[in-house]
Each structure stands twice: as C-alpha cells, then as structure tokens.
Write a protein that binds this ligand. Structure first.
Ligand SMILES: [Ca+2]
Length: 194
C-alpha cells in the first residue's frame, strides 16, 4: 500500500521545475498595453518621436513596438507593469529586437527596479541591448538579481541624438516557482505520515 502512495510523491519531488511565464507581450492590441508606460527622461526630440506601438516590422502577429531616431538628447523609456516575483527564482527577461542604422547606435538599455511605484532614478542597468541587428534576434537577460522581490519593474531606455532605430516585439518574463513546489511536497509528506 505504501508503495502505491510513494510513487506519485517521488514524481512530484524529482520532476524538473517548469518555468512560469509571468509576463508576455506581443503588442497585438495595437496600442500601449495596459499597465505599460512611456517616460520622457531627456529632450522631447525635434519630431517628438518616442516609443510607439504600430503595425511596422512585427516579429509575430501584426504589431510591434519601435523607436525611430530623432534630433535631441533623447532618453525615452518603455516601462513594463510591475511584477510580484516573491515566489520565484531564476528570473529572466527575453525580447526580440532588430533595427536600423547600427553605425549611428547611441544606446538602448534594459533597466530594472525593485522599488514600488518607481521613478527612473530607482532603476539600475540590467544589460545593454546594443547596436540593432538587421534581422530579428532573441535576447535573454539574466534578471536573477531580482529573485524574490515583490515589486519588479523592467524598462527599455532609448538614448541618443541622430541615432539608431529599434524595433522590439514578444517581450516575456519567465521564472521558476519555488515556494509553491516546496509547500506542496511538504503537504504530501505530512499526509502520508499522519
Ligand atoms: Ca507582435
């Protein structure tokens, strides 16, 4: 009888943890998704260009997000919703990106914050996206420094004057659940030995 009970328990304890998707955004709504924001931290630019959702160069579906070059000391931020990752580890952020004018590249960065309702000053640089490739390229960034935090926000900063174009799509945040798996296993063990 015990063997019948222990077999499913063993499967729970030794099954490889599955990563959960905490955020996925393909911009298919055709406008800035709910919970996302755009911040102007530098000059407005001669044309007033900033991050925009439009049906130009989507990686999947019909829409993507882009930032064209403009004149001025630009620093425009595309900000994700704030995520509670207090029950997760091995946090990572993935984007697909491409662009134009890599020779004029002036800076695209992935920023992260663990402050509730953050301002730009609350973020630190997680990674530099780098000069835009000419075809869609996947970029996954290790964000495990933010494991276990209850208010994690990511942002994409476009900086520069007469710089590059960037196109981005299919943003996702993934992590491995920790506390939920451990408590479920402990619950099973208590039930057996009661
Ligand atoms: Ca899309």
């Amino acid at each position: 009888m015990k063997k019948l009970i222990l077999l499913p328990l063993a499967l729970i304890l030794f099954a490889a943890p599955m990563a959960d998707n905490l955020l996925t955004e393909g911009f298919e709504g055709g406008s800035l998704p709910g919970g996302w924001d755009i911040w102007q931290e530098g000059d407005p630019g001669y044309y007033g260009y900033t991050w925009s959702v439009a049906p130009f160069y989507p990686h999947t579906g019909s829409y993507g997000v882009y930032h064209y070059w403009d004149y001025g000391d630009l620093d425009n931020w595309l900000v994700t919703p704030t995520l509670d990752v207090s029950a997760y580890e091995n946090l990572s952020l993935t984007i697909w990106h491409m662009g134009a004018y890599p020779g004029d590249y002036t800076g695209s960065y992935i920023m992260a914050s663990d402050i509730a309702s953050p301002n730009a000053g609350d973020f630190t640089e997680l990674d530099e996206i780098g000069a835009p490739p000419g075809s869609w390229t996947e970029l996954t960034v290790d964000a495990s420094a933010y494991d276990g935090e209850s208010d994690v926000t990511f942002a994409f900063s476009y900086t520069g004057d007469y710089g590059h174009n960037i196109f981005m799509d299919d943003v996702s945040v993934d992590a491995d659940p920790v506390a939920a798996v451990e408590s479920a296993s402990l619950g099973e063990i208590k039930a057996i030995y009661r």
